[in-house]
Design a protein around this ligand. Sequence first.
Ligand SMILES: [Zn+2]
Length: 144
Amino acid sequence: MPNQKRNHTTAQVRAWIAQGVQRLGVDEMRLRAARLLGWQLLNASNLVPTRVQARHEQRFPKARRLLLANQAASGSIALDGMTDAARQRNGVAAVAQVDGGCPCRGTGGITLGGAEPGESYERLCPVHRAAEILAHHRARRAGA
Ligand SMILES: [Zn+2]
């Protein structure tokens, strides 16, 4: 796994991926990827609860290393592509999980705002309502 930004060969990146799969196993790799995706979805909306952030930092103590690994993995996907099965499995945010409890508590809605009536509002959970959010953005782009 990369520790520094360098130009790594495709063969080296493939070897790191294979090493990770061998060390952790496919099920653990998929679980970690699902939890990372859940964290990324919440983080993009600035909705990561403290307990979820703590677990994320425990799992990935070196943020820069995670960034570099993500960049290498993205490059790997760009070069090697994905199988149809992987694309189908990973293409939807429905695979995302939140380690430590989603702020929506599984309801799909997150209440934000003040404590006074009229100051709070509910927004869609970026993890559990991802498909609906994506469909909304696609419809807006299409001019609907
Ligand atoms: Zn949720």
